[in-house]
Design a protein around this ligand. Structure first.
Ligand SMILES: NC(=O)c1ccc[n+]([C@@H]2O[C@H](COP(=O)([O-])OP(=O)(O)OC[C@H]3O[C@@H](n4cnc5c(N)ncnc54)[C@H](OP(=O)(O)O)[C@@H]3O)[C@@H](O)[C@H]2O)c1
Length: 299
């Protein structure tokens, strides 16, 4: 199969490209960078998502598109950053879908990233794909992003919106940001520690994307492990795997002072279950946090 991947240079994308290559697929990587290379069977094509449509060659005779590109969310949300977070996803997806619809032989499938941010912050409420969106900046971005991807159904595509949770893996993502404090022995729970965190091992995000390329999943699919944890549980487990103490809780006001509005992402509670993936029979590699972290740190 030939798969076009946007955001191929990112934390998830580079793992996905390698896995697709190993599966024997051909990959077209769309990137704003021209100086990247991925090895055999991967062509790199320049695309700036907010500027316009990707070139025809990246859509023609392609079987599926996996759209992961977007401005990083884990940074201080100034008005300019918020605009980039929204535009790179919503405008970028609109441009991508227009190019797909215009292709002489369009792909059959579009797998588009979204995020559990869709649900907003809802305490202990169990959230599945059936739950309504939340309110605020991230839910608004996710709703518009998913809607932009959904437009591809008019061109006959099967569209999957992957509502991705906190991706845990080596060399990037949320763990990389937490590790310095934990390794220095000054890690600890954030805020009350009672907030739920819906995590997923990076291998399972890639696994679920590969599964969704061939299985008849469509619409929203939560890409989270079946066993979310509270921030206190996460903190205990990470400290234990790293064999470090985690006795320095960071009070909510300090986290808010440090990260501003973005602090919602670590202080807010999201208890999300992968109902669609489980009912479609996706075999999770890591259901529980302990084995996932032990795999990542090989301990
Ligand atoms: N990682 C997580 O925990 C997590 C959680 C929930 C949702 N997601 C979503 O899943 C997708 C992939 O996540 P990731 O962690 O792999 O993301 P990432 O490492 O931040 O990479 C995404 C890619 O997007 C491109 N990009 C960055 N800024 C951009 C901008 N302003 N405009 C257009 N393109 C831009 C970059 O590719 P080029 O430089 O090659 O163009 C980058 O490699 C993202 O959309 C993210 O929001 C991730």
């Amino acid at each position: 199969m030939t798969v076009t991947v946007t955001g191929a240079t990112g934390f998830v994308g580079r793992r996905l490209v390698e896995a697709l290559r190993q599966d024997g697929h051909t990959v077209v990587a769309l990137s704003r960078r021209t100086n990247v290379s991925f090895g055999p069977n991967v062509a790199v094509v320049y695309w700036e998502p907010v500027a316009g449509l990707p070139p025809d060659e990246s859509m023609h005779r392609v079987d599926a598109v996996v759209h992961l590109a977007g401005e990083p969310v884990a940074q201080r949300w100034t008005p300019e950053v918020k605009r980039r977070i929204r535009d790179s996803r919503v405008l970028g997806t609109r441009h991508l879908v227009r190019a797909i619809a215009a292709a002489r032989r369009p792909p059959a499938t579009l797998l588009c990233a979204s995020a559990v941010g869709y649900y907003g912050f809802r305490g202990d409420e169990i959230l599945t794909e059936q739950s309504a969106p939340g309110q605020g900046f991230l839910p608004e971005v996710c709703v518009a992003w998913e809607q932009a991807a959904h437009e591809a159904t008019a061109a006959g595509l099967r569209v999957v919106n992957l509502r991705i949770g906190v991706v845990l893996g080596e060399g990037g993502g949320a763990l990389e940001k937490m590790l310095p404090a934990f390794r220095a022995g000054v890690g600890g729970r954030l805020g009350s520690g009672r907030q739920w965190m819906s995590w997923i091992h990076a291998d399972d995000v890639v696994g679920l994307i590969r599964y969704a390329l061939t299985q008849p999943l469509r619409g929203p699919v939560n890409a989270v492990s079946p066993v979310p944890v509270t921030n206190s549980e996460f903190t205990r487990e990470l400290a234990s795997v790293l064999r470090r103490p985690a006795i320095f809780p960071a009070p909510g006001f300090a986290v808010r002072a440090l990260f501003g509005e973005m602090s919602q992402m670590v202080l807010g509670s999201q208890r999300v279950l992968p109902a669609a993936a489980e009912s479609a029979g996706y075999p999770f590699l890591y259901r529980e946090l302990g084995p996932a972290l032990r795999d990542i740190f090989r301990s």
